[in-house]
Design a protein around this ligand. Structure first.
Ligand code: 4AD
Ligand code: MG
Length: 482
């Protein structure tokens, strides 16, 4: 007999038919009612056993966490709390679960405890919901780009370049630590390394993505990226997934429109396709916030917050305008910012981004035209503008409530001379990026793109509060468990 998944049973409700269900025991009440979950949905199926007829040895093995199969008749439920249930004629135990030693317990366990037991945490209702939503979002992103005629380009994981020029790379090498070969100058001799050169894990697929866009038109990448930055925060990971579209014949405006459309599309997709999981996550968040003082709780529930993003256009303003707002803001005047906003040119800290989004505009914000000094070499240089103290680039960052920066992107510098000059200023050797510069030598065109941090998106949509809880096996300073 074919097994039916619980999600399918709930959808079709084939009452009166004989079914076979398989899953894990979430609860067993009165030696009679099993709450069974198979991961296909957050909803449990009630399986009713007749303890008088059932083999006592089997009955005794129906424990929280055990894997079982049950065969029986699907009926309309007599009890409250569920519409259907299975009256079992037969129960089979696939895997026992000894409650004395099983780390998970049928009660609330802290997210910290579950993070340490990340190999088991998928089995909790919260994490199962998070990872179902994460899946749906990945699927929605592919669908969004595919429907718009973008091609999915697989850019390399191992690379010799530092796309962001920030030097936050994990080295990839097979050279021995003891007796590392050195050249006459005493430097490590990478010509003896596996790739005969120094290599690292990619921090971004953008530069290779641009090569693709210069022929295919519209491409996107969606893959793991790595940053060896020592950021121990609830928004940073050392290994995270990034989505990077790159669009030929596009400018900053097109880029912002694309990013806004994409974000709204995937949020709508989640609302339409993950309603049950989002409801569960919303309830979780309400519980979590009960431990906070009233004024720190969110004004909107999770689902209201998602709808709010759909119903409101993102506010667009320049970095220069944002600095003005921040300089004159109450927290700045009263010395409430940890990093006081002194003047034009400094990078924004997350407290500043969150002030703009959560307090000042109360909407997602797109900041544009940042000072060139604080942005990457490849961004397009703006013409000087009255009232703007220094050179800026056609950059855009999208800031979300509770998250801060969720997207970073720009129009690219397509003018060869300008790009080379900027690379010289930033001490980026042109010979190492000659392949990249070829796109500016041969058939260059205006183009633009951005990077969306996938985990930051999942964080926002699930209402979880720590980025380590929305990726299966988080990597961060001091942790590469599993
Ligand atoms: O702003 P970033 O560094 O931009 C780039 O890498 C560009 N090459 C993107 C492009 O234009 N194609 O990173 C983009 C996004 C950030 O906005 C953030 O959402 C996420 O990636 N991100 C991180 N997410 C988790 N952990 C980290 N350490 C992250 N660093 C960046
Ligand atoms: Mg950025």
């Amino acid at each position: 007999m074919q097994r039916t998944k619980i999600a399918e049973l709930i959808r079709t409700e084939p009452v009166g038919t004989e079914v076979l269900v398989k899953g894990w025991v979430k609860a067993f009440r009165n030696n009679q009612f099993i709450a069974l979950n198979d991961g296909s949905t957050g909803s449990n199926l009630q399986v009713v056993v007749d303890f008088e007829k059932m083999d006592a040895a089997i009955l005794d093995r129906i424990k929280f966490g055990a894997a079982i199969g049950a065969r029986g008749t699907l009926i309309e439920s007599q009890g409250k709390g569920q519409r259907i249930e299975v009256v079992a004629s037969e129960v089979e135990i696939y895997g026992d679960c000894n409650p004395e030693v099983y780390p998970l317990q049928p009660k609330k366990q802290t997210l910290e405890f579950l993070r340490e037991n990340a190999h088991l945490r998928f089995r909790t209702a919260t994490f199962a919901a998070v990872f179902r939503v994460r899946h749906a979002l990945a699927f929605a992103i592919h669908k969004f780009f595919n429907d718009r005629g973008f091609y999915y380009l697989h850019t390399p994981i191992i690379t010799a370049s530092d796309a962001e020029g920030a030097g936050e790379m994990f080295r990839v090498t097979t050279l021995p630590f003891d007796g590392t070969p050195r050249n006459e100058a005493g430097e490590v001799d990478f010509t003896q390394d596996f790739f005969k050169r120094s290599t690292n894990l990619t921090v971004s697929g953008q530069l290779e993505g641009e090569l693709g866009a210069m022929a295919l038109g519209d491409i996107y990448t969606f893959g793991p990226t790595f940053r060896a930055e020592n950021s121990n925060t609830t928004r940073h990971l050392a290994e995270f997934w990034m989505i990077e579209p790159e669009v030929a014949f596009a400018d900053l405006e097109d880029n912002m429109n694309l990013a806004e459309d994409m974000l709204q599309y995937v949020i709508r997709y989640a609302l339409e396709n993950c309603a049950d999981d989002l409801k569960l996550l919303e309830d979780r968040l309400i519980e979590e916030e009960k431990s906070k003082p009233q004024d720190q709780r969110s004004e909107l529930s999770l689902i209201e917050k998602l709808r709010f993003v759909l119903d409101n256009q993102f506010v667009r303003l320049t970095y220069t305008e944002a600095i003005d707002i921040l300089k004159n803001s109450n927290p700045n005047k009263k010395g409430k910012f940890q990093y006081p906003v002194e003047g034009w040119g400094t990078d924004l800290q997350s407290e500043h981004e969150r002030y703009l989004v959560e307090k000042h505009f109360k909407k997602p914000v797109i900041l544009t035209n940042y000072p060139a000094e604080i942005k990457a070499f490849y961004m397009r240089q703006d013409d000087p503008k009255e009232g703007v103290p220094g050179p800026t680039v056609s950059a855009m960052d999208i800031l979300f409530p509770g998250i801060g920066e969720i997207v970073g992107g720009s129009q690219r510098e397509e003018r060869y001379d300008r790009l080379v000059r900027r690379m010289e200023e930033m001490h980026i050797p042109a010979e190492e990026l000659s392949w990249y510069l070829d796109t500016r030598r041969f058939g260059a065109c205006p183009h633009a793109g951005f990077g969306l941090g996938f985990e930051r998106l999942v964080l926002f949509i699930t209402g979880m509060t720590n980025i380590r809880d929305v990726i299966a096996f988080p990597r961060y300073p001091g942790n590469a468990e599993f």
